[in-house]
Design a protein around this ligand. Structure first.
Ligand SMILES: Cc1ncc(COP(=O)(O)O)c(C=O)c1O
Length: 393
């Protein structure tokens, strides 16, 4: 039995896995057991901001593992304190809670919003069409995509969905009963689609009028991925709550709810908790990641390489009519095609470059933040080859 057959026999069939047996990773590259090398341009779905085996992460993990790997949240733990301090001072927010994952940060935020809403007599929570919040029942209640929801009904009561970027739908649905509006300012799973200025302006006006909470889901877009600490910072708005996860554990599992003063006193002792959330090794790896990323020179590189990529895509757009649109928010990149993207992504994999397919027609590229011009060039050479062969067909 080969490793693919074994996986199929052992696991629930929830993941269509890649046909690669990875031996190890280094920087932006993965090395498989059959001796091949792959350029990883989706970095564990936006988790591996510093790529693989980054020396700062290795050092932080090694040092922490030797001290303690778990204590429980009965204890005050230095790695948690230090990661909390960084996230709060960088964001200017007031309070933090550590979870294990993105969906768990969303779930906790729903609870926080409900408690806040009870006090303010506001019940309804909105998510956005085409959004992605995770796989727990609360997260699914925020979402509208049948692909993820089908068969899991009934969902939580008092939830609704607003059409992403529809000012009309927003104005129609949001009122004095609204407790919160959750949104990804740049939808990731939805195909790398940014919120519009009109939608943000309307949301701000409604928020001033009705006083609901705005929750920014920065699980995919946060911690430097868009060239700024958070994606929402590109849109001239400050939310009340931020959810983060993916890169903040430096490749280990940790998520967080970051709250402004408005919600700082909602939770009291014992009303929310977790056994593993804020694991000290994950927090230590997260500190190393944030200290490396949140550095002027590092982010300048991300922004310079983004500019370079955008300029190179001009020639692609002219040459390949199959490219409908290229949407770039730093290292969150969507190449929207007139055809399904899965086949293109598969052909790129055959040629040693890993990118991702989402929203049917979009090639989603989420490079590690350490990727430079060389990696973008390598990826584009392969994309050029694949799109050229597409035209011939
Ligand atoms: C925007 C967004 N929110 C929430 C989640 C869920 O995070 P997790 O998979 O860690 O539960 C994801 C994961 O892809 C995401 O991209």
């Amino acid at each position: 039995m080969n490793f693919k057959e074994k996986e199929s026999e052992l696991f629930f069939h929830t993941y269509k896995r890649l046909p690669l047996e990875v031996d190890r990773g280094e920087g932006c590259y993965l090395y498989t057991t059959d001796g091949k090398k792959y350029l990883d341009m989706f970095s564990g779905l936006a988790v591996n901001a510093l790529g693989y085996a980054h020396p700062a992460v290795i050092k932080a993990v090694d040092e922490q593992v030797r001290k303690y790997t778990h204590l429980s949240n009965f204890f005050i733990q230095q790695p948690q304190l230090q990661l909390a301090e960084r996230l709060l001072s960088l964001s200017g927010f007031d309070k933090i809670f550590f979870s294990n994952s993105g969906t768990e940060a969303i779930e906790g935020t729903i609870k926080l919003v409900r408690k806040w809403g009870k006090k303010h007599n506001k019940k309804i929570i909105f998510g956005m069409s085409n959004g992605f919040s995770g796989r727990t029942m609360g997260a699914l209640s925020l979402m509208d995509k049948e692909k993820y929801r089908d068969g899991y009904e009934p969902f939580l009561p008092n939830f609704g969905s607003i059409e992403f970027n529809s000012v009309d739908d927003l104005n129609k649905k949001v009122d004095e009963n609204t407790a919160a509006v959750f949104l990804e300012f740049i939808q990731g799973e939805g195909g790398i689609v940014g919120v519009t200025r009109e939608f943000i302006d309307a949301l701000k006006l409604l928020c001033e009028k009705f006083g609901f909470l705005i929750v920014a889901d920065e699980i995919q877009s946060g911690i430097g991925r868009t060239g700024k600490l958070f994606g929402f910072q590109h849109f001239g708005i400050t939310p009340d709550i931020i959810t983060v996860a993916k890169p903040i554990g430096g490749g280990l599992p940790v998520g967080a709810i970051i709250g402004s003063k408005k919600v700082a006193d909602v939770w009291t002792y014992g009303v929310h908790g977790t056994t593993f959330g804020g694991n000290p090794v994950a927090c230590a790896a997260g500190i190393a990641t944030i200290d490396t990323v949140m550095n002027e020179e590092f982010l300048k590189n991300v922004n310079d390489n983004t500019t370079y990529f955008v300029s190179r895509m001009e020639e692609f757009r002219i040459k390949f009519p199959v490219i409908k649109e290229v949407r770039v928010y730093g290292y969150m990149i969507g190449i929207d095609l007139t055809i399904e993207s899965a086949d293109i992504v598969d052909q790129m994999l055959q040629k040693g470059v890993l990118v991702n397919s989402t929203a049917v027609s979009v090639i989603r590229i989420l490079p590690p933040l350490i990727a430079g011009k060389q990696q973008f060039d390598e990826m584009l050479t392969v994309l050029h080859e694949v799109l050229s062969s597409q035209i011939v067909v």
